[in-house]
Ligand binder design. Structure first.
Ligand code: DC
Length: 235
């Protein structure tokens, strides 16, 4: 039984590499259970978008760290219409482009960036717990750092080929082998950085989505949530 669970609302934490199906799965679970939805990757992408827009050298961690408090990031957590704004500008499309994707691993490896994101994300989780039934949070360090006490923790995986195919289908005009290359590079950076790297904890349930349909994956996690609630009736 986790602290977030007791204090109000269910927290479902979902981690995994790019293209493992985190976003569609997390939104589906949130819709099925009437929960909010937080895409933490979008927040790192939004920080990266701001750095690029302000000509900050993303390869220089000291320069990036200096600007950490400046971007005003507003996240909408409706799973049917998630939104993200930076300084009042809707960046939901631009943050998925090649430029941001190429720089996001460097920006998200900066410890000061992660400290700010952690605080922002915990505030969003607390608010969702207080005002709604809870939240599904997806990212790379949700089960390990952001919400280690979440009663439901899932680590999604999929074969490299399946992940590259999915990511490529999401971005119009992209090619699968280039997507595979960029995805592998990003996974290596995200898993090897010093501060909160992507890693699987022992108590997260691993779910390989390669041979599963989206409804099957969603259903599996909804069941885990039901089990968690049954074993924690006071939550
Ligand atoms: O999930 P995504 O591909 O949109 O995430 C973009 C990048 O953000 C990813 O390469 C690593 C980083 N990220 C992170 O470091 N921690 C998170 N909780 C979520 C994303």
């Amino acid at each position: 039984m986790g602290e977030h669970h007791r204090d109000g609302g269910l927290v479902i934490a979902i981690d995994g590499p790019s293209g493992s199906g985190k976003s569609s799965t997390s939104r589906g679970v949130a819709n099925a259970r009437g929960l909010r939805y937080l895409d933490t990757g979008a927040m790192y992408r939004a920080m990266t978008w701001w750095m690029l827009r302000h000509d900050v050298d993303t390869g220089d961690p000291v320069a990036v760290a200096k600007h950490v408090p400046e971007p005003v990031i507003t996240v909408g957590t409706d799973p049917s219409a998630p939104s993200i704004e930076v300084d009042g500008v809707d960046v939901s499309t631009e943050i998925r482009g090649e430029e941001v994707t190429g720089h996001v691993s460097a920006v998200s490896a900066v410890p000061e960036i992660r400290a700010r994101m952690l605080a922002d994300q915990r505030a969003i989780i607390t608010l969702a717990g207080r005002e709604t039934g809870g939240i599904v949070v997806e990212g790379r360090d949700i089960t390990t750092v952001v919400a280690p006490d979440a009663p439901v923790k899932v680590f999604l995986t999929a074969s490299q080929e399946a992940r590259a195919n999915r990511r490529s289908a999401e971005v119009e005009g992209s090619d699968v082998s280039a997507t595979l290359e960029s995805l592998t590079r990003r996974d290596t950076l995200d898993s090897s950085r010093a501060t909160s790297p992507l890693r699987q904890t022992k108590d997260a349930v691993e779910l390989d989505t390669t041979g599963l349909t989206l409804p099957e994956v969603i259903d599996h996690i909804v069941r885990l949530a039901e089990q968690a609630e049954q074993s924690s009736p006071t939550g």
